[in-house]
Design a binder for this molecule. Structure first.
Ligand SMILES: *[C@@H]1O[C@H](CO)[C@@H](O)[C@H](O)[C@H]1NC(C)=O
Ligand SMILES: *[C@@H]1O[C@H](CO)[C@@H](O)[C@H](O)[C@H]1NC(C)=O
Ligand SMILES: *[C@@H]1O[C@H](CO)[C@@H](O)[C@H](O)[C@H]1NC(C)=O
Ligand SMILES: *[C@@H]1O[C@H](CO)[C@@H](O)[C@H](O)[C@H]1NC(C)=O
Length: 431
């Protein structure tokens, strides 16, 4: 029972941020990997009318994408088992069929995680090689399911073009902004398609005064103002964007390092990171951070890296800070207090906050945007606990982590072959 609790805590420790999408490495000890593969494989077996069930042999690649939704993308190898699809058994209850006549296969799947332990299959492609015969491919796409797509998918081009135009048409900034980088994108097919895209933008050297449009001659300013946006668009079957919403946070550029004109009232001013003036806006920022993220522990402000204030019909603060996970859980504490100590092994976040305050109206508008700084060191679980044994972990290729998580099989029966070795190779991870 204790083990279960530890495991539960571990999986909840993974950062779950409200904005942006972060790809994370996964390893064979991540219980969610097994649960996600199980859902995908059961779906595959359920789609087969006759013949034998396939069993998990091993997981070879995997990434976890954490955004407003969590997705696992992975590749796994399967082998034919000795119990039929109609037997009513689950694949875990079968044994591998004799190697010579058994079919083998490889599947690529994307699974969405909902809630703490619910998984649903978004897409899957399986290539099956029968014991003797040609390769058969089976595809599965969950129509209507949201799933991540590549950030360079050409279908995103019209959406991004529209998004940048929309931003430039609807912001007061003196200069045009251009797209910097697409960070994440999701698509849902529904008589047309819904897109959700996260990207960054950057100020160009073309002012709206001198230019009517953003043109290719407008170049990004390396120290210009920058922004992060998260947009939703609905593209109908005629490829027309019929619905669009945009949510951008703008951050002042580095050129603030240069002295600003002394007497410019509405200009952003640098303020010392330990200024007492920051106490209130920092309080709003950390409260917002803790409310918005679904992490089970409170974060507190560790270091303030820089801060500016600007008089704009109220006060606008821009603050960059590092927040760290504390030992106070949201479950047993109603709020973050001064007594909450930083966790020795916890998550750190690099955050940028915009806090707009109009004290005479009691109005406060904080926005906070954070990125995970370092992933937490996973607690090592007792050997034999994971359903996988990691044979050897290989190099990371791009953002896809090469894995070699071999399914151990049942503790008894055919799983017996794994018993002698399984104690020694509990968690042999790369780095
Ligand atoms: C069903 O399983 C058999 C092997 O038992 C395989 O050859 C066949 O391709 C599978 N059918 C489908 C629709 O996946
Ligand atoms: C599968 O094989 C195992 C071991 O050979 C055997 O004990 C089991 O009964 C078989 N299952 C079925 C459904 O034939
Ligand atoms: C932006 O403004 C231009 C000029 O008024 C207009 O042609 C264009 O359709 C607008 N784009 C968006 C996305 O609002
Ligand atoms: C912007 O920068 C590019 C490259 O440095 C230059 O060719 C262009 O003339 C500049 N445009 C303006 C309006 O300053």
């Amino acid at each position: 029972m204790k083990l279960i609790t530890i495991l539960f805590l571990c999986s909840r420790l993974l950062p779950s941020l409200t904005q942006g999408e972060v790809s994370q490495e996964i390893d064979c000890n991540d219980e969610d990997v097994f649960l996600a593969v199980d859902v995908a494989l059961k779906k595959y077996n359920a789609g087969n009318q006759s013949g034998n069930q396939f069993m998990l042999y091993r997981v070879t690649e995997g990434t976890k994408m954490v955004g407003s939704e969590t997705f696992y993308s992975f590749k796994y190898q399967i082998k034919e088992g000795n119990c039929s699809v109609q037997s009513g058994l689950t694949w875990q209850d079968c044994d591998f069929r004799d190697a010579e006549e058994a079919a083998t296969g490889e599947c690529t799947a994307t699974v969405r995680k909902r809630g703490t332990k619910k998984f649903s299959l978004a897409t899957q492609t399986c290539k099956i090689t029968p014991g003797n015969g040609p390769i058969v491919t089976a595809e599965y796409t969950c129509l209507g399911c949201v799933h991540p797509i590549s950030t360079d998918n050409p279908e995103l081009q019209p959406v991004l073009k529209h998004a940048i135009e929309h931003f430039n048409n609807n912001t007061e900034h003196s200069h045009f902004f251009a797209l910097e980088e697409v960070k994440a994108a999701q698509r849902q097919v529904v008589a047309g398609a819904n897109f959700e895209v996260t990207y960054s933008i950057v100020q160009t050297n073309c002012s709206k005064k001198d230019f009517l449009l953003l043109t290719p001659e407008c170049k990004s300013l390396p120290n210009g103002d920058a922004g992060e946006c998260r947009d939703s668009a609905f593209v109908d079957i005629k490829q027309k964007i019929v619905q669009f919403s945009q949510n951008c946070d703008l951050y002042p550029g580095e050129d603030l390092e240069q002295p600003l004109p002394e007497d410019c009232l509405g200009c952003p001013k640098k303020i010392p990171v330990d200024s007492p003036e920051l106490t209130e806006p920092l309080g709003h920022a950390i409260t917002k951070l803790n409310t918005d993220n679904s992490h089970s522990f409170y974060f507190k402000i560790d270091t303030v890296k820089k801060a500016t204030s600007q008089v704009v019909g109220g006060m606008k603060y821009f603050i960059e800070f590092i927040a760290r996970e504390t030992e106070c859980s949201k479950e047993s504490n109603t709020e973050l207090t001064a007594n909450c100590e930083v966790k020795p092994i916890g998550q750190s976040l690099n955050c940028k906050a915009n806090v707009y305050m109009r004290p005479w109206e009691n109005k406060v508008q904080p926005t906070v945007n954070c990125r995970a700084l370092e992933t937490i060191t996973m607690l090592r679980r007792p050997p034999g606990f994971s359903p996988f044994r990691s044979v050897h972990a290989q190099e990371t290729k791009g953002t896809t982590r090469r894995l070699n998580c071999e399914y151990k099989g049942r503790p008894s029966g055919a799983g017996a072959e794994s018993a002698p070795g399984s104690k020694a190779e509990s968690s042999h991870l790369a780095q």
